[in-house]
Ligand binder design. Structure first.
Ligand code: BES
Ligand code: ZN
Length: 614
């Protein structure tokens, strides 16, 4: 080979390794990072609870790679007052493009040659989709208002103008002014005490994608859990939260043993008010969590293992765009179960896997019936759609099932070594499905000369449904439940059954096993025996309520309504509203409940329920 050829090859592979993965066109962003790439955000903001607006200045540092004349940012519902250039008073010409309900508006800023910064003076609007402003009555302690953000998937643009695509990563610092007595927290270095003047500074030194921009402002306290971990919550809940997450350090240790160093220094959790629309959100250094996992017995903490696992899968190696969502969530579910296995043993993790497969099969069935079978492919096609449509069991459970399948093909040892290398090599970068499969071929199958079915990827990644030979789980602890279940059918409450050692997972399995058609009499017996309607465990409640709705079990109605008004977690709301919407009268009742509950829902939850009741 000639020297010149060699140089060309070297150059080419350098350029490819730097750019191909990260900077494909993202159908959900107006940004053009191939031309001008955002590298840092400096944010100065002031929070106004009365007006429900954030007034802020965002200074964006960028690299103009192609001598482009304009910088394109994403915005949504932002009022742009002024843009200046390069830290001077010189105003830059800017314009906002046409609006789209999901994508918002492009902010096109004219930049001078050689410029490296723009400074945007702007305000959010009270309806900005990422933000939920809560009155004091909507918090746990009911004493002070509260604000939190939810940026994933494409809502960061509704509180900060930026390149809102997971293919771009940037560092940030922030200065935030809040009312005295309030604490401000971000996905960054955080305070542990309330500041005297309501002013807080933050720094995120590792590059992150925009969907991990996060902030919470409220009257909360901090309590340490371990050396590098702790929890924030409203005062009345801080002790319960600290107890619930007491095993956090062993989870972090287990995760590090599995897939390498934790790269974000601290790992804290904030327990948000019940309207938080998700179970958890993996904001770096500060997981946002729903209070509905505080069950009192640490039985729902696999959710924390999940958010912690994102510190590798998702936050280090990030899906390049939302069509590759399984690259975040499938890996994370797989990783979550491995952490749970390390900390609680295989019999425990097997229960989670089996329930996960039940969810997956249920969803595959549902999508097939409703005519959305294309959405059962791992590689999604969400162009022109809300990326939120991709948040289904497919990315999570089919993604996990695919990785589990590979693990079984090659053996755990090789697969773990491969994953370690993967997280190391692509840390702080973005990943597409195609690039991952190529990498898998080279660094796992080829490396060990393992023959695989040439249709492996076609069947798992680009086809609907799930291949027949997926790995099944038969959780031993559920065999015990099977026995008790049969005893229940025989005795219907006349005999005391042995359920003392059951965790919420056994109860879920038990409830799911009950035939969907039930008589009021049988439901009453169940309820009398096990007090499901009064359960303090949100997972059990949600499962029970859907059975109650289906069979018109009226004694549960009051609690169902209360639950739907109190709790804004979409995972619970969706199935319950869908169950209600099955009948004419149920739909009517659902609409009445929704009217009352809507002020308590974050936009992403309210929007999903509106689709169901439409
Ligand atoms: N990152 C997700 C939540 C998310 C996904 C928000 C897409 C917006 C768009 C988070 O890690 C998650 O998966 N949460 C789950 C918990 C889990 C244990 C599966 C949830 O909220 O239920
Ligand atoms: Zn997740």
């Amino acid at each position: 080979m000639k020297v010149t050829q060699l140089i060309v090859i070297c150059l080419l592979s350098f350029v490819l390794s730097k750019t191909t993965i990260a900077l494909e066109m993202d159908p959900h962003s107006y940004a053009r990072p191939q031309e001008v790439l955002m590298t840092h955000l400096s944010w100065d903001a002031s929070i106004d609870f009365d007006q429900k607006v954030i007034t802020a200045v965002a200074e964006i540092t960028f690299e103009n790679k192609t001598d482009a004349s304009h910088l394109y940012l994403d915005t949504k519902e932002l009022k742009i007052n002024k843009v200046t250039i390069d830290g001077t008073d010189q105003e830059a010409f800017f314009e906002l493009g046409p609006g789209d309900f999901y994508l918002g508006k492009a902010l096109k800023i004219r930049i001078t040659p050689g410029a490296t910064k723009v400074t945007i003076h702007y305000q959010t609007s009270p309806t900005s989709h990422a933000l939920q402003w809560l009155d004091k009555s909507q918090t746990k302690d009911k004493k002070f208002p509260y604000l939190f953000t939810q940026s994933q998937a494409i809502l960061a643009r509704s509180w900060i103008p930026l390149q809102d695509t997971p293919g771009v990563k940037f560092t940030y610092d922030a200065q935030v002014q809040v009312p005295k007595g309030f604490m401000a927290l971000m996905s960054a270095s955080n305070p542990q005490q309330v500041s005297k003047d309501g002013r807080y500074s933050f720094e995120m030194k590792q590059p992150i994608p925009s969907y991990l921009m996060a902030m919470a402002v409220g009257v909360v306290e901090f309590k340490e859990i371990g050396e590098r971990s702790g929890v924030y919550a409203e005062p009345s809940q801080i002790e319960a939260a600290a107890y619930e997450f007491g095993e956090l350090e062993s989870m972090i240790d287990a995760a590090e043993r599995l897939y390498g160093d934790y790269r974000w220094e601290r790992y804290d959790i904030i327990v948000l008010p019940p309207s938080f629309p998700f179970g958890g959100m993996e904001n770096p250094r500060l997981t946002f969590a729903t209070p509905t996992i505080i069950a009192g017995d640490r039985s729902l903490t696999s959710l924390i293992a999940h958010e912690l696992a994102h510190s590798w899968s998702g936050n280090l190696v990030t899906n390049a765009n939302w069509n590759d969502f399984w690259i975040n969530e499938g890996f994370t579910v797989y990783f979550e179960r491995r952490i749970m296995e390390e900390v609680y043993g295989k019999p425990y993790a097997d229960m989670l896997s089996e329930l996960g497969l039940q969810d997956l099969l249920g969803s595959l069935d549902y999508f097939e019936k409703e005519g959305y079978s294309d959405d059962t492919k791992l590689k999604l096609q969400l162009d022109q759609r809300n990326p939120d449509d991709g948040v289904t069991d497919i990315a999570y459970e089919k993604g996990c099932a695919f990785l589990t399948y590979i693990e079984h093909l090659v053996g755990r040892q090789k697969f773990d070594a491969f994953l370690n290398q993967y997280f190391e090599e692509f840390a702080f970068k973005s990943m597409t499905t195609e690039y991952f499969l190529e990498y898998l071929d080279k660094n796992l199958f080829d490396k060990y000369a393992i023959q695989v079915d040439p249709k492996l990827y076609e069947e798992w990644v680009y086809s609907k449904g799930i291949p027949q030979d997926y790995i099944k789980f038969d959780a031993a602890r559920f065999n015990q439940v099977d026995i008790v279940f049969d005893q229940w059918l025989d005795s219907k409450g006349t005999k005391q059954l042995d359920t003392k050692e059951w965790s919420s997972h056994e109860w879920l399995y038990f409830l799911r096993k009950l035939p969907r058609e039930q008589t009021i009499e049988d439901l009453t017996k169940l309820d009398n025996a096990y007090q499901f309607t009064q359960s303090g465990n949100s997972e059990i409640l949600a499962e029970w309520f859907s059975l109650a709705i289906k069979n018109k079990y009226e004694p549960a109605y009051k609690n169902i309504e209360e639950f739907l008004i109190q709790v804004g977690r979409r995972k619970f709301l969706g199935p319950l509203y869908r169950a209600l919407a099955q009948t004419q009268e149920g739909r009517q009742w659902a609409r009445q409940i929704f009217e009352k509950a809507k002020p308590n829902y974050h936009f992403v939850a309210a929007h999903s329920i509106e689709q169901i009741l439409k």
